[in-house]
Design a protein around this ligand. Structure first.
Ligand code: FES
Length: 98
């Protein structure tokens, strides 16, 4: 029997393509997973790595669903603020303002 999904499930896709990895997407993913666990949101928020999203020059790239919210250029050190913004407003934050 598979894992049941909650109606409020939020998924954050983090690009793990070569260019984004060079721009610390692996560290960003790790930090987002830590933030989700610290907030005890593992049952409703998932963070998964994906293949190249096709916007390599803007990386590291994230797409959050539902809403297909795209965030380009996020930094691992601002993962907390990024998660807050995505979950509270459902709007893509400007990484330069985090
Ligand atoms: S490597 Fe991330 S968008 Fe291409």
């Amino acid at each position: 029997m598979g894992k049941r999904k909650t109606a409020r499930e939020f998924v954050i896709f983090v690009c793990a393509g070569d260019s984004c990895r060079e721009r610390k997407s692996k560290k960003l993913h790790k930090r987002l997973v830590e933030c989700i666990a610290q907030r005890k949101l593992s049952g409703s928020v998932r963070c998964v790595r994906t293949e190249c999203m096709g916007r390599c020059e803007d990386g590291p790239n994230i797409i959050a669903c539902p809403g297909a919210i795209a965030v380009c250029g996020a930094k691992p050190k601002t993962a907390d603020e990024l998660l807050d913004s995505l979950l509270k407003s459902g709007v893509a934050p400007d990484p330069s303002e985090l």
